[in-house]
Design a protein around this ligand. Structure first.
Ligand SMILES: [Zn+2]
Ligand SMILES: [Zn+2]
Length: 295
């Protein structure tokens, strides 16, 4: 089975994240390595990185990925913004390297009306630049599929592969599939047939070897809406059957899957429970499997 878990908070110190992961019974966690709404942060203290690594050994999560700051746009057509983004991304890689984290998920970027072609090339160039600055790091930058909102790029398998093809060091790049984003972008996974067709297309266009992580979210908005609004599992337009199919898909064994659903830890627990409730279910399921809270 896959490594399943959630995005956990780093409040009070990043070394606390694996402990929170254990409390939530996560086999995989995702963290920010700094405040995701700010450009810069204080350097990590050796003491904290040591404690983080120790806690990853000691507590339940086997896998940890990070997500970069929401401010970064590696495809920006504006020189100053691009430089700022590249430097911030370099810092993300260095922080991962210090923490011993191999997977760095990032939103590819936005073209801001300068055209998709230019953004796709700029993003690949940005990755090449960042990789050149960090030749000894083993951090893999994961292009997260976009929902297609605004001027974001990376919302088709073809665009993701286009960027991968232009990255020189292929050992440093991969993709993260967010179930909400892919659904909003027009990749259906709601039934056995659509699920299989979508993954066949993924294999044909990208290839499963590039798939290194999943974000597991239902969608508040309908199919092909191009809107990025996460929902708790079984409560959105995707529905539980898609998550059951994912859970049993042997192609994804060992690939970390983390929740980014709304409502904080309380709802992570409910979603994790819902996912575990699907274990052993060999037939099609219909939602809702989540407990309602209060009223
Ligand atoms: Zn995501
Ligand atoms: Zn999202």
């Amino acid at each position: 089975m896959s490594l399943f878990g959630a995005h956990v908070s780093i409040a009070g110190g990043i070394y606390k994240a694996p402990i929170r992961g254990e409390e939530l019974e996560c086999d995989a966690i995702q963290v920010f390595t700094k405040n995701q709404m700010q450009w810069s942060a204080k350097p990590l203290k050796q003491e904290d990185t040591d404690k983080f690594k120790m806690n990853m050994e000691k507590y339940r999560p086997n896998s940890v990925m990070t997500h970069d700051s929401y401010l970064i746009n590696l495809g920006s057509p504006e020189d100053k913004k691009l430089e700022k983004s590249r430097n911030a991304f370099l810092d993300e890689i260095q922080r991962c390297d210090q923490l011993g984290i191999d997977l760095l998920v990032f939103h590819p970027g936005s073209h801001l009306e300068a055209g998709e072609r230019r953004a796709l090339d700029t993003i690949a160039d940005s990755l090449n630049w960042a990789h050149e600055q960090t030749p000894d790091a083993s951090v893999i930058s994961l292009l997260e599929i976009a929902a297609g909102q605004g001027t974001n790029v990376g919302y088709t398998f073809e665009q993701l592969m286009d960027m991968i093809e232009n990255v020189k060091d292929k050992s440093r790049v991969g993709v993260c599939m967010d179930t909400c984003h892919m659904f909003a972008a027009g990749y259906d996974i709601r039934t056995k047939d659509t699920y299989e067709a979508t993954w066949k297309e993924f294999e044909n266009v990208i290839g499963l070897d590039w798939l290194k992580a999943f974000h597991i979210n239902d969608s508040k908005k309908p199919f092909k809406s191009n809107l990025d609004r996460h929902e708790n599992l079984g409560k959105g337009y995707i529905g539980l059957e898609a998550f059951r199919l994912l859970l049993y898909d042997e192609r994804f064994t060992g690939i970390p899957m983390v929740l980014e659903t709304p409502g904080g830890d309380e709802w992570f627990t409910k979603n994790l429970k819902a996912m575990r409730g699907l274990v052993g279910k060999t037939k099609e399921v219909e939602g809702p499997a989540l407990e309602e809270d209060g009223g």
